[in-house]
Ligand binder design. Structure first.
Ligand code: ATP
Ligand code: MG
Length: 731
């Protein structure tokens, strides 16, 4: 067999990694150095040169999008598509295993996955049953606690609390939550991983089966694995298998969710005879972009340390734009995208990145106005929109009457006169009798547990669901969706909502029907393609669809065709685009204000900036807004420190009107500095004895501790203590 094509387009170091003897291997390298490429070629090499069966390959990556990409790239390299190969995310793979081994894992066959929203709803119920005040014990915090314990592999009974009241209470919530999940047959995201891990530990026969099967485990983005993921890989690998871990410590951005950079450092100790390969040539970006990224990340202390170089030229400088507000920022991004597209380039070559999903709205509006197609990943996740979740809850109920989470969600939606008191009555019955809400309502109506109006409104609700199920019963998934959306009254309900919002919701519901149609025809599982030689039971299409809806983290694509991609910096990991905008470079936003005063978190923010910058291949724009309307208030945040950490010769400022000038954030709109600081205002021209003339950019602190940042024509930007600087005002 001719296998040279697998080595084509690889440098020497990359080849070394691809052709390394079967065994454990760690590839640590910076962004864009070909780590993912090496991993893909390694799979092909194992199959074609080492004679490994595709059946024996397990490849894990971080997002569904990346998994789909990995699969298609591998298939392109191989002669025949390796359908038996398992490629997916940690969660997707755990989910698949649990579906196949529900009995071994101690789950009901029809267990449902709940997302973080549903999880909070459940926790809220737990709080009520424990008589805990939501204000004191916020559901979000309790979920955070539970997930963190699960990520660390701890069940409620294993949480050590001592006398600590906070811990004792959280543990109680966790215990109760476990019980509710068990009774309801639901599984949250963290549970997928923990449950799977426990199954391996408790069922050596199952573990042995997969140890024999997955002789080759390959993991991309290894720097973002958490404790339970790492432990699972170790258990699965045993001491025979070959594990290839690929990662970059500078791109670890999920510490806040339990990821452990140390896993990369530990790998070679925990996995026998690990070969280590470093890659240093970047093939993605221009010299300038790379220099900026290297300069920025140099500000972090705790690094393995590596230099990246590129053989490509310097390219264009990074362009920095300082917008008046978020609307102007968005317009700027849309305008520049327009120019790019007019220049004969594809819209899909453009990515617009932001720190927080809340930033996406003005961007969306600007792109709509400019008539540029765009697609949002994450954030306003299609499957997380309220109207979609409502519809899915109906579909879930049609399929599975005992789905309590769904029951609670739609029992009075659209409003049908079932008030909180009536729902409470059913909840109490369900708790007393140890049955589902559906069952409780049904029994209550029959035996008088529910009376009068309460009984009759519930009877109508139960009948509606039964009727819908009967109507859809013999039809396709698309029909189920249509019945669900129309007969439930959801469309009419949302149509009545005022203005754009109602319209958008109605359109989204229509899009759901379309999505079901597509799903039915393609019936692909992007995270987890099926059809691997038939060693699993096929679920119903509806089950598959609902599972996918729950699992898919905002990677849903609303329509085909070339579109600008908008997403958070987190979801951009591993991707690359010729043109990249990073927006909202403001202190308090990026870096996020949660990272203030916590050195570890600040370094993680910087790594996130590094990830963002290194997504850009040819051109990078960095923008910020002087004032930003967000979360219902105006904020005035100084420019992000990350801008000042870029080497001077890598960027230029863009002024509107087309002129591009070399300056540090020109003259922003005048704004009064804190009155205590006297005559200085933002935008004021000043003179300094040593640095000469400059413009006041921003200020912070009061009285003695007041500092201003001045952009000096010669000396660049400097922070000065007002009390000592002896600034002379000009004009
Ligand atoms: P990240 O850290 O962002 O995940 P990475 O290290 O995984 O990046 P890849 O995505 O594998 O990098 O590669 C970056 C780009 O460089 C891709 O477009 C890839 O095709 C290209 N590339 C990698 N190696 C080579 C090579 N030897 N010759 C030409 N192009 C290459
Ligand atoms: Mg990669």
């Amino acid at each position: 067999m001719d296998i040279t094509h697998i080595l084509d387009g690889l440098n020497e170091r990359q080849r070394e990694a691809v052709t390394a003897p079967v065994g454990n291997l760690l590839v640590v390298a910076g962004a864009g150095s070909g780590k993912t490429r090496v991993l893909v070629h390694r799979i092909a090499w194992l199959i074609e040169a080492e004679g490994a069966s595709p059946h024996s390959v397990l490849a894990v990556t971080f997002t569904n999008k990346a998994a789909a990409e990995m699969r298609s790239r591998t298939e392109a390299l191989l002669d025949a598509p390796p359908r038996a190969m398992w490629v997916g995310t940690f969660h997707g793979i755990a989910h698949r295993l649990l579906r196949m081994h529900w009995q071994d894992a101690g789950l009901p066959q029809n267990f449902q996955i709940i997302d973080s929203d549903d999880q909070q709803r459940l926790v809220r119920r737990v709080l009520r049953s424990l008589d805990l005040d939501e204000q004191r014990w916020p559901p979000r915090q309790a979920c955070g606690f539970i997930n963190k314990q699960k990520d660390e592999g701890r069940r409620a009974r294993e949480v050590v609390t001592g006398e600590d009241h906070y811990l004792v209470t959280q543990k109680k919530i966790y215990e109760s939550y476990e019980e509710v999940c068990r009774a309801g047959g639901v599984v949250d995201f963290a549970e997928l991983l923990l449950r799977c891990h426990e199954m391996w530990l408790e069922r050596p026969d199952v573990l042995e089966h997969y140890r024999n099967r997955f002789a080759h485990v390959l993991i991309d983005e290894f720097q973002d694995t958490n404790t339970i993921q790492y432990a699972s890989v170790r258990v699965l690998a045993g001491d025979r298998s070959s594990v290839m871990a690929v990662g970059d410590d500078d791109q670890s951005i999920y510490g806040w969710r339990g990821a452990k950079i140390e896993n990369i450092h530990r790998f070679s100790q925990d996995f026998r005879d690990t070969g280590i390969i470093r890659l240093e040539q970047n093939y993605r970006s221009t010299g300038t972009i790379l220099k900026a990224a290297n300069g920025l990340i140099d500000n972090n202390t705790d690094r393995l340390g590596k230099e990246l170089w590129t053989a490509s030229g310097d390219g264009d400088p990074i362009l920095v734009h300082d917008a008046y507000n978020e609307v102007e920022e968005a317009r700027f991004v849309a305008d520049r995208s327009h120019e790019w597209i007019d220049g004969g380039n594809g819209a899909d070559e453009i990515a617009v990145l932001y720190r927080s999903n809340a930033q996406s709205r003005p961007l969306e509006e600007a792109f709509l106005r400019a008539d540029i197609p765009y697609r949002i990943y994450g954030g306003l996740r299609f499957f997380e929109r309220a109207e979609i979740k409502n519809a899915l809850a109906y579909m879930r109920m049609m399929n599975q009457r005992h789905a309590d989470v769904a029951f609670e969600r739609i029992v009075n939606l659209p409003p049908r006169g079932i008030g909180p008191k009536s729902v409470d009555a059913v909840r109490v019955l369900a708790r007393e009798r140890g049955v589902s809400l559906w069952q409780a309502a049904k029994e209550g109506i029959a035996d008088g547990g529910l009376r009068g109006r309460t009984a009759s409104v519930f009877a109508a609700f139960l009948a509606l669901i039964d009727d819908m199920a009967a109507e859809a019963g013999t039809h396709s998934l698309r029909e189920i969706a249509r019945v669900c959306v129309e007969t439930s009254g959801l469309v009419d309900y949302h149509k009545k909502e005022p203005g754009e919002r109602g319209l958008a919701r109605k359109e989204n519901l229509e899009e759901l029907v379309a999505a079901c149609r597509r799903f039915e025809t393609e019936r692909t599982f992007p995270l987890d393609p099926r059809g691997d030689g038939g060693d699993e039971e096929a679920g119903s299409v509806l089950d598959d669809f609902l599972d996918q809806a729950a699992l898919e983290s905002g990677e849903y694509q609303a329509e085909a065709g070339a579109a600008v991609q908008m997403m958070t910096l987190h979801s951009a990991k591993g991707l690359e685009f010729p043109l990249v905008f990073i927006t909202g470079l403001e202190e308090g936003l990026f870096p996020s204000k949660n990272s203030d005063g916590e050195p570890g978190r600040m370094e993680e923010e910087r790594r996130l900036a590094y990830v963002g910058i290194t997504r850009a291949m040819r051109q990078l724009y960095l923008t910020r807004a002087e004032t930003r309307w967000m979360y219902g208030t105006d904020s005035y945040n100084p420019a992000s420190r990350f801008l000042f950490e870029l080497p001077d010769d890598t960027w230029q400022e863009v002024r509107l009107g087309g002129a591009v000038k070399r300056a540090r954030f020109g003259a922003p709109t005048p704004r009064a500095v804190d009155a205590e600081d006297g005559a200085l205002r933002i935008g004021q021209r000043v003179h300094h004895g040593k640095f000469g003339e400059g413009i006041v950019m921003q200020s912070e602190g009061h009285g003695e501790r007041a500092r201003v940042q001045v952009n000096f024509a010669e000396a660049g930007a400097k922070w000065l203590m007002l009390g000592f600087a002896n600034l002379e005002t000009l004009d």
